[in-house]
Design a protein around this ligand. Structure first.
Ligand SMILES: [Zn+2]
Ligand SMILES: [Zn+2]
Length: 128
């Protein structure tokens, strides 16, 4: 396994075991630093993984900081909802809900790209 492949593996492993959370690039760097990945390799890999659809980028309210979260196979063709306070992102699990949103757009000339669609809201934990 080449050095750069190894770095990507480490990152993917990190995201995979934290697939319900989102992190800034800075946090990812801190949490994986013990595994010997350089900062620049992390940023490079994040960009590549986002481009290939393995990571989803979200932002929180009032901040331009990007948060990244792993996109697993279950994510495909689901609309996601992201908490503007903590950045937690989930997909709408029932296809009906995604369907509902598609129906809303039925009379418009647009077709929804579910993989790219993120709704923003406040999660249960942050509402307390
Ligand atoms: Zn998902
Ligand atoms: Zn929240």
């Amino acid at each position: 396994m080449s050095y750069s492949t190894k770095q990507r593996e480490i990152l993917l492993e990190f995201f995979n075991s934290n697939h319900d959370k989102s992190f800034t690039a800075q946090e990812i760097a801190e949490k994986t630093s013990s595994k010997g990945i350089s900062q620049s390799a992390i940023y490079r890999n994040i960009a590549a993984l986002e481009k290939s659809g393995k990571l989803r980028k979200t932002t929180k309210k009032g901040s331009h900081t990007a948060y990244y979260q792993y996109v697993d196979e279950d994510c495909e063709n689901h609309v996601h909802i992201s908490c503007t306070k903590c950045g937690k992102t989930e997909h709408l699990t029932s296809n009906d809900e995604s369907q509902l949103i598609k129906n809303v757009l039925k009379n418009s000339s647009f077709e929804l790209n579910t993989n790219e669609t993120i709704l923003y809201g406040i999660c249960k934990d942050c509402k307390k």
